[in-house]
Design a protein. Structure first.
Lengths: 102, 406
């Protein structure tokens, strides 16, 4: 874990750090929908919703980038919106939708 | 656009899909919303049912709510259960418990990705058996005991709220806690045989308020299938989808493969197509005339000017339809009393709409004495098991870009 992570702790004590590489959890399926995507986690059987197509791009692009910042940038998220996207990713890390890529 | 607005215009695939596997049932519940009892000879074969699962998998429908009738009396029920789970379509099935002996309970406990929902409409045998028939309370309790003994994690106990059981809410919760189960309560609909007993069994206005207060105070871990969204007009919106999802995010596949807008709307007016037709279920879901129409913006009609319209959206389409009320008017259980007024103003000469789909036994299996209600057959509840968008509200770390669902 690098220092300066935002304060979104997971149950196991790790926190989301946008400077690290992530991926969409292999237990998760993304279903494209007009608003973005429906997320289903086969492990927890929970549904959630990605509410913009751009967030879908970010989440599915995570595995191709060296860190979360790069995935957000590659998806073309305008600078002023990036903090909100990082907060969304932190939430998605906390509920297991995305996970650190080791 | 808010997520709920997107839902109004429909999704690529349903979020909650109810699939009734058979009209056959060992019980004869007076309020059965599918008028079940006898098997229909046209019911989908095992191969056809597997074909539906294949389609659901391709459409990324991640779970189905399976019911009936009593689904477990289908000889291929366990085969279809395994097939579905193996194809990434999780199963939540509703049962009266008749087949859940120790062996089946143990089998279920070993199976990932399956949820079991035991129907119970009274916290006592007296109240339950009054609507579900003699012995049905004991059957449900035995099934719950077997599941608990087998170590099955958190089954659901599903209760249709009636005039006679609203006062038992705390008792239902206690039963659920005793068996390590989760309580699920749903609304009595005037659908199927429920139409015949709705006047007598639906909660009074005072009881509706009581129910709402209970949900707000104690409903944290209680599932509702979003079926009480019409009560949101009392004040605080209840968690979940406060919107009629019929044909938008929800639908029903019945035992013969007919696709209806929702589980409470088995009537030709809400029939969108059949899974056996070319293009199968996907074609019906995505292109049927009825579903496309339901995804148009609703006018709200007489309710539009009501200041609660945004919270209740005019209530339940099926409840209005089967009580003979206009679909763009108030719900019969409108919390402001407009429904009661509308019911009183109905033209008594016009017959109520009745479904031509009825598999009730001509000679009811459960004869009771005294017999306060017209007898029928079946099983109650259905609908979304989990609120699709519960917990939708903003939280401290809500970016507004994604929503967890409970």
């Amino acid at each position: 874990m690098s220092a300066g992570s935002p304060a979104h702790s997971r149950a196991d004590g790790t926190a989301f750090d946008p400077g690290l590489p992530y991926r969409c959890s292999p237990s998760v399926a993304l279903r494209p929908e007009p608003f973005g995507a429906l997320v289903y986690h086969f492990g927890t059987r929970r549904l959630s919703f990605l509410k913009t197509p751009q967030l879908v791009d970010v989440v599915s692009g995570l595995e191709h980038h060296s860190d979360a910042h790069a995935a957000v940038e590659a998806a073309g998220v305008p600078q002023p919106q990036r903090p909100a996207y990082l907060r969304a990713l932190a939430g998605l890390a906390a509920n297991g939708t995305i996970e650190e890529r080791l | 656009m808010k997520l709920v607005d997107h839902f109004q215009y429909g999704l690529n695939s349903p979020i909650c899909l109810t699939w009734e596997l058979t009209y056959a049932c060992n019980l004869a519940c007076v309020h059965c919303l599918s008028s079940s009892g006898r098997r229909d000879p046209r019911e989908l074969t095992t191969a056809e049912a597997k074909g539906v699962v294949d389609e659901l998998m391709a459409m990324q429908v991640f779970y189905v709510n399976i019911g009936g009738g009593e689904p477990t009396v289908r000889p291929d029920f366990w085969e279809l259960l395994d097939y579905s789970i193996d194809h990434n379509v999780g199963v939540k099935f509703s049962t009266n418990g008749i087949k859940l002996d120790r062996r089946r309970a143990a089998q279920l406990a070993r199976t990932d990705y399956v949820d079991v929902q035991i129907s119970l409409d009274g916290a006592t045998a007296e109240v339950n058996d009054h609507v579900r028939g003699p012995g049905s309370y004991d059957t449900a309790m035995r099934a719950l005991e077997n599941l608990a003994a087998a170590g099955f994690g958190q089954p659901k106990i599903s209760v249709v709220m009636t005039r006679q059981n609203v006062d038992q809410l705390d008792d239902f919760k206690a039963i659920a806690d005793k068996f390590g189960a989760q309580l699920r309560i749903t609304r009595l609909r005037p659908s199927g045989r429920g139409a015949e007993v709705w006047e007598e069994l639906h909660p009074t206005a005072a009881q509706q308020h009581q129910l709402y207060d209970w949900l707000v105070a104690r409903g944290e871990d209680v599932l509702t299938g979003d079926s009480f969204f019409h009560l949101s007009a009392y004040g605080e919106a209840l968690p979940g989808l406060n919107l009629c999802g019929a044909g938008r995010v929800v639908c029903l596949i019945d035992p013969v493969g007919d696709v209806y807008a929702c589980p409470f709307a088995i009537h030709e007016q809400f029939l969108a197509g059949n899974v056996r037709s070319p293009g199968g279920f996907q074609e019906v879901w995505q292109h049927s005339e009825l579903f496309l129409e339901l995804r148009q913006p609703q006018t709200g009609g007489a309710c539009r000017s009501c200041l609660h319209y945004d919270s209740c959206q005019g209530g339940c389409m099926a409840a209005k339809f089967f009580t003979g009320l206009p679909l763009d008017g108030p719900d019969p259980e409108c919390v402001r009393g407009f429904g009661e007024q509308a019911l009183a103003d109905r033209d008594g000469a016009v017959p109520l709409p009745r479904s031509n789909v009825d598999h009730s036994r001509s000679t009811p299996r459960n004869t009771r004495a005294p017999v306060p209600l017209t007898l029928g057959i079946g099983r109650p509840d259905r609908a979304c098991e989990t609120s699709p968008i519960a917990g939708f509200g903003a939280s401290a770390n809500d970016s507004g870009l994604f929503s967890p669902a409970r």
